[in-house]
Design a protein around this ligand. Structure first.
Ligand SMILES: [Zn+2]
Length: 177
């Protein structure tokens, strides 16, 4: 998810780590008691990915995996060989911090990279991936996602660089007659 540049990982205090660990444990406990048999989180993520692919016109196969650690937190790997699927990896503890909208935004961002890789491979940037993502998710959900990502990694940057300027969107309401 973050751009490919040296990490400015400032470290998380051990107290915060302990707190996060507790939250994760609570999250898993709640999930274990509420989940239907076989309703693994990754199945829901895969379903969302498939739906987003259809909406974005992506015909390549994309496989989601949950991982304990991911240096980029959420990432997309190109197919190792032609015909193989793209691999979208999500760090589990980050996923647990996100609302449904933010999860969808994270997946849409990574699928933005797939879209760029298959349509304009030499133009691969975070900004363009987000431009594609904003065909199906809001700028607001992406901005919330970046806030949580930077809270986790200790990195910070200008949101406009990643999402472009915020544009006032005017919605016209027509009479229903
Ligand atoms: Zn990215």
């Amino acid at each position: 998810m973050p751009p490919r540049r040296p990490s400015r990982h400032t470290g998380t205090s051990s107290a915060l780590r302990a707190t996060l660990a507790i939250f994760i444990l609570l999250g898993w406990a709640a999930r274990a008691s509420a989940a239907e048999p076989g309703a693994l989180p990754v199945a829901g993520l895969q379903q969302t990915v498939n739906s987003l692919c259809a909406r974005l016109g992506i015909t390549q196969q994309v496989t989601v995996t949950l991982v304990d650690t991911n240096p980029r937190v959420v990432s997309m790997m190109p197919p190792p060989a032609p015909g193989d699927p793209f691999s979208l990896a999500v760090q589990t503890d980050f996923l647990d911090k996100l609302t449904d909208d933010e999860v969808t935004a994270a997946l849409a961002h990574e699928l933005g990279h797939v879209w760029v890789a298959t349509n304009h491979p030499y133009l691969q940037t975070e900004r363009l991936a987000n431009d594609i993502a904003m065909r199906v998710v809001t700028r607001y959900s992406l901005s919330r996602l970046y806030a949580k990502l930077w809270a986790l990694t200790g990195a910070e940057a200008d949101l406009t660089h990643y999402l472009g300027p915020e544009i006032l969107r005017v919605t016209r309401h027509y009479a229903a007659d």
